[in-house]
Unconditional design. Sequence first.
Length: 614
Amino acid sequence: MSGLCGWIGGGALDEQAVIAAMAAPLARFDGSLPRTASSRRSAAAVAASAESVHVARHGGVIAAVWGRAGARSEPLAYAIAADGLALALAQAWPLPPQELCATLSGSFALCILDEARGEALLAVDRMASKPLSWQLSGETLVFASSADALRRHPATPGELDPQSLYDYVYFHMVPSPGSIYRDQQRLLPGEFLHYRQGRVSTGSYWRMRFEEQHELPFDGLREQFLGLLRSSVRDAAAGAKVGAFLSGGTDSSTLAGVLCETSGAAADTYSIGFEAAGYDEMEYARLASRHFGTRHHEYYVTPDDVVAAIPLAAAICDQPCGNASIIPSYYCARMAAADGVTHMLGGDGGDELFGGNERYAKQRVFAHYERVPALLRRALLEPVIDHWPGQSRLAGKARSYIAQAKLGMPARLESYNLLGRYGPGHVFTAAFLADVDSNRPLDNLRRLYGRSEAGTLINRMLELDFQVTLADNDLPKVMRACELAGVTARFPFLNDAMVAFSAKLSPRQKLKGKQLRWFFKAALDDFLPQQIIRKQKHGFGLPFGVWLRQHPNMMAMANDSLSDLRRRQIVRADFIDTLMSQRLNEHAGYHGTMVWVLMMLEQWFRQREGAPPC
């Protein structure tokens, strides 16, 4: 759990002991020695690989940065070149927080602590690729990149939040800005926090601004895009022995090819396979490797590998993580680490920037119904479909289409939500549900969706996914898997210039009819193999449900975990019994997802010392 931690305000403490205790979880897996700076009522520490650690003092100001930040302004760039990043920021303080953050680029989490003025600034980068949580306790502001570090401060010991536990089962992760612990908050992408004399305020220093009125010529955009691809990969590969994840999809294949091109040598690429029908995508990875001439490395994950890695994955994730692909991502990164690779390039962000998720095309089909006049829908179409004679397949599809279309966005995205299909009352105990709001997950989605200033459906969905899919789910998964393996993840598609470029693409260049990521694929038409351009999205999906019924060790771990979970009085005992004895036999892949989500929750509990039942 590499990262940043510290505090400002409150009474005097043994600052060296407290900051060491907070930093310990951050250095737990990679063995980094934290760099610290402290004063009488403030302290900060960063634990990470050397190129990502920046700590300095200037007078009474402490500045600390985790990550690789650069400057957008010439004066700050000169200061960084002369004095280093942290000292340059300490000297630039007290610029207005929004102005200071807007001058930074790259991937970072930062703090500036000014004890004499009673002020502090916290901030994360534009994609929140480096997370930062905070909690105000009295007049003490405590912050950390990991909830495990934050709760080690005496003022913020951490109390589990039932609502966040509910949200985890709903989303399979804990959505920001909340945390699994009460009163902890996480900064959103492009957000800063300003602390002053015991009070805090948050604000955005950056928001995505989409170009939706004009469409720039393809040829010029293509040349700019290819140039940005090369520069983004060069920057991500700089100063490191680099390898690349290679699933055989468009994003990972593109990065592998560009890495070979920009380095002038065969890149090291790493792929994971599964001996399970419908899950193994190794042939596409091999195809990409042959096409670009990479040095390709493969590993087939086994059920016993999964059983061995589950407690490790639960330990390194500070929030419960129900994304099963963390396991194959870990084994892929571990294979690279064994070869001496220090940094892995991941293709995360490509779908969200360029329009690559299947749901984007699906929701566009539903949007057609919303354009039909309401009176016509209610007076003619819906009565005809509702009273269609017989049970024809066509009538059933029409009823399903109308039912989903009437939900509206973003609720329609959750129409197949697993918890919704079971029903919260069938899953959770009555005592647990009494302390939560079952409507909050959708309310939060509506809030996030509603704050978008985009005027088109595709861009509103993309902006929602920057938060829900990227910042809360995929980036933490890849970063934690890599850290567990002893390497660092970098994401070339999330380069600031690439993100800004994607905003210039028109909605039609992202989703053309039903063609996903039209511009991306057209621009790379003569670079990628056609089989990869045409393939459906897959990734490193884990065949957990299928394997669960076939492998005794895996079933034993699941049964043991769910047996202990039922004692916490969160999930109904009869739901667990039905899930394991009946539902898995009906559809192992589908219901195995809920087994995984609940098992990982219990495993997360076990890895936290003294984690109490709710």
